[in-house]
Design a protein around this ligand. Structure first.
Ligand SMILES: [Zn+2]
Length: 139
């Protein structure tokens, strides 16, 4: 069972590139592309919805800082991604401490060539029955 004691994001050591009172920035290792950052709350939180408003503010201040620094240098745009995957075991590709991925993007870049170009076939038109069933979840 992962705990704060053995959590790599609670103990980032010398990986911290930038921080504020609430969160830290490190480079993802392994990474998908050069400039793949992780923004991590300082408090050990597994479920992102358990983050406090001030933690979210600190996290997004760092995300927007990174975006402004890398656009035009590492890419022409940015993706921000947050995964919650309790069905996966903690390991090199998954840490049970909430975090946000930030990485540079450009037109038909490496990520597009390696995976996203195959995802275009996933898009289908939303039908009314499906829309109504899923809308119920938010009521
Ligand atoms: Zn942690």
């Amino acid at each position: 069972m992962p705990t704060e004691a053995n959590c790599p994001f609670c103990h980032p050591k010398d990986r911290v590139l930038k921080e504020n009172d609430q969160a830290r920035v490190i480079l993802s290792n392994p990474r998908k592309v050069p400039g793949h950052f992780l923004v991590i709350p300082k408090r050990h939180v597994e479920k992102p919805w358990d983050l406090q408003p001030e933690e979210l503010q600190g996290i997004f201040e760092l995300i927007f800082f990174i975006e402004q620094r890398i656009i035009g240098k590492l890419g022409d745009g940015v993706d921000i991604k947050q995964n919650y995957r309790p069905f996966m075991k903690q390991g090199r590709l998954k840490v049970d401490h909430a975090h946000f991925h930030v990485y540079p993007r450009s037109w038909e870049d490496y990520l597009f060539q390696m995976s996203e170009k195959y995802e275009t076939d996933l898009f289908v038109d939303l039908d009314d029955l499906e829309r109504k069933e899923i809308e119920k979840l938010l009521k």
